[in-house]
Every structure is written in C-alpha cells, then in structure tokens.
Design a protein around this ligand. Sequence first.
Ligand code: KG4
Ligand code: ZN
Length: 348
Amino acid sequence: MPTVLALETSCDETAAAIVRDRTVLSNVVASQIAIHRPFGGVVPEVASRAHVENVGEVTAAALAQAGLDWGAIDGVAATCAPGLVGALMVGLTAGKTLAMVHQKPFLGVHHLEGHIYAAYLSEPTLQPPFLCLLVSGGHTSLIHVKGCGDYTVLGKTRDDAAGEAFDKVARLLGLGYPGGPIIDKLAAKGDATAFPLPEGNISLPEGGFHRYDSSFSGLKTAVLRLVQSLQDQGVDPLPVADLAASFQAAVVRSLTKRTLNCAVDYGLTTIAVGGGVAANSGLRQQLTAAAADHGFTVLFPPLKYCTDNAAMIACAAADHLARGHESAWSVGTQSRMPLTEVMGLYSR
Ligand code: KG4
Ligand code: ZN
C-alpha cells in the first residue's frame, strides 16, 4: 500500500496525517473549538482564516512526527467535499500545491468516505461488506459499504444531524458548545425516563414508519416546549440532568433501532460507527448490547479517528491510489456531494 500524506479542513479542525498500510504514522489536529466557542458554533469565515494560519504548521508536524521526508511520500490527498467551501478550499489548494511541488499524484477525498475508513484504521483486517453508522455534527447516515468507492446510503436524517441536535438542545438548556460531550456527562446523573420524548419517526404514505431514516428537529422542538412549560410552571432551577438524560435516550433509541433494522434487513453482521457522536456513552452501551443480542459485531474506533482527522482521509486515499485512482488538477470543492459520486473524483 502506498504512503499518503493527507490534509483535512472541511469544518473546524485543521488536520494533517500520514498513513501506510492502514497504519497511522502521524496524526496532527489543530482544533478551532476554542476560537468558535464564543459564537456558540462554527463561523465559516473564521474557520477558513484559521485553516490558512495552521495548515503549513500541521503539515510540517505530520512529516516530523512520522520521521519522514517528501521522498517517502507516494501521494498527497485533501478533503474536497462535502463541507464549508472556504474551509475545504484551504486544504485542497495546499494539498494540490504540495503535490505539484513534490511531483506526487493528488487525490481529492470525499469526507464521508474518510469517516468510513476510520473503521479500517482501528481494524486493519476488516473486510467489506459492513454497515457504517456515521453520526456527526453534519451527518447522520447509514451506509452499506460494499468496497472501495462502492457505497449505498440506506438511511439518513430528514433534517438535523444527530450531533447538531445535541448542540442545539445544549444551547437551549444553556449548557455551552459543543453540546454533545456536556449532555453526555450530565445524562449520566439524570433519569432517562423522567420525560417521555419522541424518537422522530418518519411516517410513510402507505402507513407505518420509515425503517432507516431519522428526524431530530421534532425532538429538539419537543425539548424546547418542555422547557417552556416547566418555566411557565415556575420550575427553577430546571432539571437539566433529567432533561439531558431523556433527550439522549430518545436519540440513542432512534439510532440503535434504525441501525439494527438495516443490519438485519441487509444481513450485515458488522457495524462500524464513526463521527463525533460515536463518543456518546449511551449510544456505545445500547448499540453494543442490541447488536450482541443479534450476534452482530460493533466497532467503535478510538475517538481520535471518529472526530474529524486527516488519518481517515489518508487511509481512504491510499486505498484509491493503490487501485490507480488519481484526481485531475481541476478537481474542485463542493459543499454537498452524494457519497455515490465518489468515483467521479478520480480520472482513472
Ligand atoms: O465528527 P465531528 O467531530 O465533526 C463533524 O464532522 O461534525 O462531530 C462533532 C459532533 C458535535 O455535534 C458534538 O456535539 C458531537 O459530535 N459529540 C457528541 C459527543 N462528543 C461529540 N455527541 C454526543 N455525545 C458525545 N459524547
Ligand atoms: Zn466529519
């Protein structure tokens, strides 16, 4: 397998990494969480500027950490879609420039394919087919992984992503940003049965509910109404731990049920989880237990490979490069791009 240096700048982490044979030789992440915290979320223009400031430094650090020079690098990769266009542009331009200067092949990488490849980093012997549950601040998808570049999206959210729901509910409870880890911690001290909350079912015209798609905006509104009604009743302080636990339980119930539905219907006995919400302790417990009941295996890669990082991008790019895939210099950024169009990024 080739040795690939990759850059990832699709949102608020400036990351560089080097991967060979599904082994991480270096993994550097400059997080912007502290910069965006005062705004309560990621500010795209601020993210782009911070990427410009950090990208050179993280690239040099990735080479130094791996103890390699450019002679040892077989290809350069950068995330090119989907994500914040200005942010993506920084990594893509830096990656193309480095590839040109050092005369290496260049590969644009789909961010979600990177998240899928995090599973191979934690389990290098993993073979498709498997089911990937990708739950982050921007995405909630159930993906049937059939091979390199060969994916079918079986389920998705119809509105907010799971992580986005955690962040929005944390904000309305006045808990700070990012909300997922804060709610997770608080939920451990609360009663998950205190408030019955909807799991967000999608009704089908013919009756019944969609087995794989989720919806979290109704759940968020239900928490908002509940908070307003508690405040109207003069409840002070709000029972934030019980609210957090009840909300988290509804999200976990929704994700666990839909993931198991997919795994059973498609006969996929291995489930890999990716994205920042994979850190959630409730999801880890319940999905692992539910899968074990069916005799399925669940892989939760280490958190550093679940949240945005460049090692997962390098791992995906190395697999494509080994198959002779390369991107044209004209490859551009796209804020949205279906996973099914991944192979369009490569000219051969
Ligand atoms: O994958 P990620 O780092 O970035 C995106 O690509 O979005 O995911 C960030 C998301 C945030 O919404 C954050 O609140 C959520 O992951 N998150 C969690 C936990 N840790 C991070 N959500 C629930 N429980 C957690 N422990
Ligand atoms: Zn991501």
